[in-house]
Write a protein that binds this ligand. Structure first.
Ligand SMILES: Nc1ncnc2c1ncn2[C@@H]1O[C@H](COP(=O)(O)OP(=O)(O)OP(=O)(O)O)[C@@H](O)[C@H]1O
Ligand SMILES: [Mg+2]
Length: 434
């Protein structure tokens, strides 16, 4: 019986099945169906390679010109890699990439494909950002034409703004089309050896419908999001480095400006000497950050008092409220409680338990927490303070901002407390609170 055979146009590898990406030479979309071989379907395979025989290579990196961005990328762009930058409309994707283009045009040709805006709009933005350099612009969004442009211009860096505006044979818009565009662009970019960023629009409701579908195709996935006054870049996937890093920027008239000390920036507006405010030494992804946890309590007229939690995990807050009630004799049954992680971030970190507990205790009792304190630690059901990841880095971040760290026992540089009760006694010694 004749078997269907597929063959890679690029390296000649044959297989009984077709691959989107050749497992041997990594070419994209290179498989074509072949007539069955006369040998009755006997397939050829390249001999396997010995790992030890492969040359050792260090990944070169291209700096984006923004340290905060380079940190998220794991040291900068890897030449020839393909990235996806997702984000809600108006968040600053085009601004960021125009700034990066201006930086990289010093190293080689930069091609910016503007499918979303007229070239006049791009020029206006460039003028506002103070960019005068030689960036090549095009509004050509047909996939075959982009492929030809990449081969012809051989850019060093290319921006496709956006993947949603790329057309295949004159049409665009569908989900399958999006994937095909991403595959085609990736193949063209790899063939041209050009580091390419695909911009992808994400909406709050449809986050999974668009760019999520092409995450597996690209090498690196980045998301730009807003948190209050700030813009954050996160890396969800990185074939060349760690994920979980966070870059913090501020949007100004002259573009996205990196925030060198995010902890200081996020704490800049906190009130002093006010009950309910506590600095938390938290970790967002991989990055230690000092953020203010705020709590407010009021007597509730409702049979089921309100619990309003913003930026924090409300289930953890429920647990902490129960612990305060059971182990510290702090009844909350008739109180409305409001909790907020100031600055607009949403952080999932068990290390926020202790600051949440201290903020709630402070709000309910009216005793302010010392302003030079940064707390961290998980709170267990028995009221014990438990270890959390990266304790030392949390303590160091507190020290960098001139704050005293309070956390679980055994963390160098932090005052250790074994329980919530011990933490409160450390903050409010009996003689000073009477
Ligand atoms: N003159 C200005 N001063 C300060 N900020 C500005 C100014 N003009 C624009 N911005 C900021 O730039 C943002 C738009 O940036 P940009 O066009 O890069 O976003 P985008 O993510 O590419 O948006 P889109 O989804 O429309 O392509 C605005 O939302 C605004 O915050
Ligand atoms: Mg844009």
């Amino acid at each position: 019986m004749a078997h269907a055979v597929y063959r890679c146009r690029s390296c000649g590898y044959q297989s009984a099945k077709s691959y989107g990406r050749c497992p041997v030479c990594s070419a994209w979309g290179s498989f074509e169906s072949q007539p069955a071989s006369s040998g009755g379907g006997v397939l050829s395979a390249p001999p396997p390679l010995r790992l030890a025989d492969l040359p050792e290579t260090a990944l070169p990196r291209l700096s984006s010109g923004l340290d905060e961005f380079d940190r998220v990328l794991g040291g900068g762009f890897v030449p020839g890699s393909v990235l996806l930058l997702g984000g809600e409309p108006g968040i600053g994707k085009s601004t960021l990439l125009l700034q990066v283009s201006a930086q990289l045009m010093r190293r080689g040709r930069v091609l910016y494909l503007a499918g979303e805006e007229s070239l006049e709009q791009v020029k206006l933005r460039a003028t506002r950002l103070g960019i005068t350099g030689d960036i090549l612009l095009s509004r050509e969004m047909e996939l075959s034409a982009i492929t030809a442009l990449l081969a012809q211009v051989q850019p060093y860096f290319c921006v496709v703004d956006s993947i949603q505006t790329v057309l295949i044979d004159g049409s665009g818009g569908g989900i399958a089309q999006l994937r095909d565009s991403a595959l085609g662009l990736t193949q063209a970019a790899k063939a041209a050896g050009c580091c390419t960023v695909l911009v992808g629009h994400v909406t709050k409701e449809g986050a999974v419908a668009g760019p999520k579908l092409i995450e597996h195709i690209v090498d690196v996935t980045l998301y730009l999001e807003s948190a209050g006054l700030f813009r954050l870049i996160r890396c969800n996937k990185n074939r060349f480095g760690p994920t979980g890093e966070l870059g913090v920027f501020e949007m100004r008239e002259d573009g996205l400006i990196q925030v060198d000390n995010p902890s200081a920036a996020f704490l800049s507006e906190r009130p002093f000497g006010v009950a309910g405010s506590v600095v938390a030494a938290t970790i967002d992804g991989q990055r230690p950050l000092l953020l203010e946890v705020q709590a407010l309590s009021t007597r509730s007229p409702l049979p089921n008092p309100r619990r309003v939690v913003v930026g924090l995990d409300s289930r953890r807050v429920d647990v902490i409220v129960a612990v305060l009630d059971q182990h510290l004799g702090l009844p909350t049954g008739n109180l409305d409680l409001y909790l907020n992680l100031a600055g607009g971030l949403r952080v999932q970190d068990p290390g926020l338990d202790l600051p949440i507990a201290l903020a709630l205790h402070s709000a309910i009792t009216g005793q302010a927490i010392p302003a030079d304190l940064a707390a961290f630690g998980e709170v267990g059901l028995a009221g014990e303070v438990r270890s959390v990841s990266q304790g030392i880095r949390r303590g160091e971040e507190a020290q960098r901002s001139g704050l005293r760290a309070l956390g679980p026992p055994g963390v160098e540089g932090a005052r250790g407390v074994r329980s919530l009760g011990e933490a409160l006694r450390a903050l409010h010694p009996p003689e000073s609170s009477s």
